[in-house]
Ligand binder design. Structure first.
Ligand code: F1X
Ligand code: MN
Length: 390
């Protein structure tokens, strides 16, 4: 109880600092990333020219203060042993999973039915199935909990039946490039060679299930021989996946009463045991840095990503970090916004929740603003935005 009281008082202090636009202060508790964070704060400070020279909550870049807020929430917890491994968002993440049960069962059933005949599917049918599961993973990204302020944001209807209806809302659709890349590699790779797809995960719960379904299909269709996942080391943007969420979800699926779903769970656990699915942790994902800084700030992670043949970046926050969260013109090419970040061919799979979008056709953004003024922030629109080999 003493520890809880302490954590709550630290959180109240944080809320007060935020609400009254106090200066951003350095982190105090020693943790793996404390020094890098404090260096970054100093760098932000050097950019401020006002009289007291301190970055403040209301006048600093949104990406930076938002990441800082989640890092400070974590600091309040690690300063309060013995509850220092407490995940303040655990309950809402689990609730999202349970509330999406029907939809999850429908997806598990769809996958298991598909796997029965996958060996006999011709090229065209395989491609159609690939596109379906990509779109499911895209719309799964609607279900994040930070946009809804931690309120329920589960998937209640069977998403498979809605794919055609949602298609007009895909603003950039590079799915064909993904297919060409993976199917050409499948045809030309020699026996025993690897095709590796890396997925930079976003939200736990329903979205993570859609990512697992896609990853299972990638192996079962032989479009990939290995899938590597990247999660967050600390609780992040409410619903983001940690190793605990990753393992918890597979356990839940495995112990489901539904035979198709529990089969999914058994298979997924086996993929992990066999090293065909690999989970990676790295503190870089919970730093405020944009991805073009990765090769300098986290060269080991950059080198790991370079081993992939394709990297899928899930979600809105990853898109903001890919593009530096800048006020780009809507028509600027995606590659230009990536600003030199190119560990391997990559694709952002993201529903739009923040006021940034690049790579649109001339006039497309203006047209959307006229017909649907909140198009950038509601999660109603989505993109598959690919940046191919250099
Ligand atoms: O990355 P995700 O889960 O798709 O979205 C995270 C998000 O909801 O959090 C922020 C709002 O707090 C926005 O950047 C973004 O829309
Ligand atoms: Mn998220």
């Amino acid at each position: 109880m003493e520890a809880e009281k302490k954590a709550i008082s630290l959180l109240s202090k944080l809320r007060n600092e935020l609400q009254t636009d106090k200066p951003i202060i350095p982190l105090v508790e020693k943790f793996a990333d404390t020094d890098i964070w404090n260096q970054y704060l100093e760098h932000q400070q050097s950019l401020v020219s006002e009289s007291d020279g301190k970055p403040r909550w209301f006048y600093s870049p949104w990406l930076f203060v938002e990441c800082y807020m989640y890092r400070r929430i974590h600091e309040a917890v690690i300063q309060s042993p013995p509850i220092d491994d407490f995940d303040v968002f655990k309950e809402s993440k689990e609730q999202n999973f349970f509330e999406s049960q029907e939809s999850i069962i429908a997806l598990g059933t769809h996958l298991q039915e598909l796997l029965k005949t996958i060996e006999d599917l011709d090229e065209n049918n395989l491609k159609n199935e690939f596109f379906k599961l990509l779109q499911i993973s895209l719309w799964g990204n609607k279900c994040d909990l930070s946009l809804s302020s931690g309120n329920t944001s589960s998937q209640k209807t069977n998403i498979i039946n809605s794919l055609e209806q949602f298609k007009p809302f895909i603003l950039v659709n590079d799915m064909e490039h993904l297919w060409s890349l993976l199917s050409n590699r499948k045809k030309t790779r020699g026996k025993g060679t690897v095709s590796r797809v890396d997925i930079v995960l976003d939200n736990s719960g329903f979205e993570l299930v859609t990512d697992f379904i896609l990853a299972d299909f990638l192996l079962s269709s032989k479009l990939a021989t290995e899938v590597h996942f990247y999660g967050k080391t600390i609780p992040w943007f409410v619903s983001d996946t940690t190793i605990h969420d990753f393992n918890w979800l597979i356990e839940q699926v495995k112990h489901s009463n539904h035979k198709h779903l529990s089969k999914c769970g058994v298979d997924w656990e086996n993929y992990i045991k066999m090293g065909r699915w690999v989970y990676h942790d790295h503190i870089f994902w919970t730093l405020p840095h944009e991805f073009c800084a990765m090769s300098q700030v986290a060269p080991d992670l950059y080198a790991e990503l370079q081993k992939a043949h394709l990297i899928l970046f899930k979600g809105d926050l990853n898109y903001r970090k890919l593009t530096g969260d800048r006020k780009w013109e809507f028509t600027i090419p995606f590659r230009q916004a990536l600003n030199g970040f190119h560990p391997a061919p990559l694709c952002s799979i993201r529903t739009l929740k923040a006021e940034i979008q690049v790579g649109l056709q001339p006039g497309q953004g203006e047209q959307l603003t006229a017909s649907d003024p909140s198009w950038l922030t509601t999660g109603k629109y989505g993109v598959f935005q690919f940046d191919g080999p250099l």
